[in-house]
Design a protein around this ligand. Structure first.
Ligand SMILES: C[S@@+](CC[C@H](N)C(=O)[O-])C[C@H]1O[C@@H](n2cnc3c(N)ncnc32)[C@H](O)[C@@H]1O
Length: 440
């Protein structure tokens, strides 16, 4: 997840090392899926850190497209490239924190293909539509792998037909597994390990009136019986259905139905309780995102007016509203499904938060200047394709346009002293080297 923060005032920056790597031996030991300790250890030529101790060691790496880095996960080569790139732009405090090297992924969208006797549940092989089965994925939280395994058993037992892309036939197209660690009834140190999985089954029919809805229900019940609160394992949080019949590559259709378990799904991120409906965007690495938000907060002046573009359910904007006493926070997002989660989160914000907070269902590339004018801090967190050209243009020109607006005779505050401009990229944060799996 690339995340850019663009404040237009010069702020005192926290003094931090250029690159911080937190893959300490202790962190490696506590990782839920550390590789076996008996492997031979090779010394890396540039650092004294044994490289295999920071290797992915995933049996699926060669065939699966999910991870792009196999070695030196604590400090992949791309970090040096990014550091160099940002230095050329005058940003000298580029920071990298690898966080967990294994078991970090708390949200996965996986294709379901193959046959009911031999289901394939995983990601596409690079450049193809061949699905690679990834039961031992090292990036997934172990409970996501456990939920995938249970799903596999259910598909076979209940004779569920995986989707056939060429024919448009079959029943189960995709599954989204999302992990919540929000459980205040156990000690904080045990919450991650005991995370529970919200399973969303993408069913190849228009709605719940289809002829095979009973099979979907049977599959949901199977997951609930064997992984829900009355089972021995208790790692399933809830089961949802999404209905999708489209022939394009869009994973989710517009119709959702809650089937079993808790309806609400919460995570504590960036200092606030965040609601994350299955239809809304959620970051894949919630721990790293939490770290990132806590760092990012320090760059935002108290009382600032913030615009959060590409906001999803407003995780960044709302975390800033709560921790930086922002005057206003405007969240702009194209997916209307995120609004409900935004509203639920706002309801749970602490009472002392009195920012003017709004969520706008809009395309950030349409008249972007209208979102930028009057904002002191703009956060942009676009999907992988990057910033829309019109927004980039607007960010480049905002300083001169605002100057003009202020100095024009019509402007009511033309005597206000001009602020320091132009907009400067002050910080860039990126986390986790093996972030390639689809999450946008
Ligand atoms: C990487 S996600 C970031 C979401 C959010 N910042 C978060 O951390 O949860 C990118 C978001 O941009 C939204 N998006 C994509 N294109 C957009 C556009 N043109 N205008 C507004 N939002 C857009 C997507 O729906 C998605 O929610």
């Amino acid at each position: 997840m690339p995340l850019f923060l663009l404040p237009n005032r010069l702020l005192p920056l926290p003094s931090s090392p250029l690159i911080t790597c937190h893959a300490s031996p202790a962190a490696l030991r506590s990782s839920p899926s550390s590789p076996p300790p008996t492997l031979p250890i090779l010394l890396d030529s540039t650092t004294s850190v044994p490289s295999l101790s920071c290797a992915l060691q995933c049996p699926h790496f060669q065939s699966c497209s999910g991870c792009s880095h196999e070695l030196n996960l604590h400090r992949p080569i791309i970090v040096d490239e990014a550091d160099h790139f940002f230095k050329t732009l005058g940003v000298s405090d580029f920071d990298f924190e690898s966080c967990r090297l294994w078991g970090w992924r708390s949200r996965a969208k996986l294709a379901v293909r193959g046959s009911s006797m031999k289901p394939l549940i995983g990601l596409y092989e690079e450049g193809t539509h061949n699905v690679v089965d990834i039961p031992h994925c090292k990036a997934h939280h172990p409970n996501i792998n456990a939920a995938v395994e249970l799903l596999r058993q259910g598909i076979t037992k209940l004779n569920i037909e995986p989707f056939d892309e060429d024919e448009g036939t079959g029943e189960l197209r995709y599954v989204q597994m999302a992990l919540t660690t929000y459980n205040t009834s156990i000690p904080a140190s045990e919450r991650y390990k005991n995370g529970k999985v919200q399973v969303s089954l993408v069913w190849n029919s228009r709605n719940e009136n289809s002829h095979n809805f009973e099979k979907l229900n049977a599959l949901a019940n199977f997951l609930w019986r064997n992984g829900g609160p009355r089972s021995d394992l208790r790692f399933i949080h809830s089961v949802w259905a999404n209905f999708q019949t489209s022939t394009n590559n869009i994973i989710f259709g517009n119709r959702w139905r809650h089937l079993l378990g808790e309806n609400g799904f919460w995570e504590h991120i960036g200092g606030i309780d965040m609601s994350l409906a299955p239809s809304s965007f959620g970051q894949a690495n919630t721990r790293a995102f939490d770290n990132l938000l806590r760092k990012l907060q320090k760059y935002v002046p108290y009382g600032a007016s913030v615009t959060d573009l590409y906001a999803g359910a407003g995780a960044i904007g709302l975390s800033l509203a709560a921790t930086r006493k922002c005057r206003s926070v405007k969240c702009v997002e194209v997916n209307k499904e995120s609004k409900l989660s935004f509203e639920k989160t706002v309801e749970r914000l602490p009472n002392h938060v009195d920012s003017s907070i709004s969520w706008h269902h809009a395309d950030a590339s349409d008249e972007p200047l209208s979102w930028l004018m009057g904002s002191e801090v703009v956060v942009v967190d676009p999907p992988r394709k990057g910033l829309d050209a019109s927004l980039l243009d607007a960010l480049r020109n905002i300083s001169s346009l605002e100057r003009k607006a202020k100095s024009s005779p019509e402007s009511s505050d033309s005597k206000v002293k001009d602020e320091k401009r132009p907009w400067v990229l002050r910080s860039f944060e990126r986390f986790s080297s093996n972030w390639k799996q689809t999450n946008s």
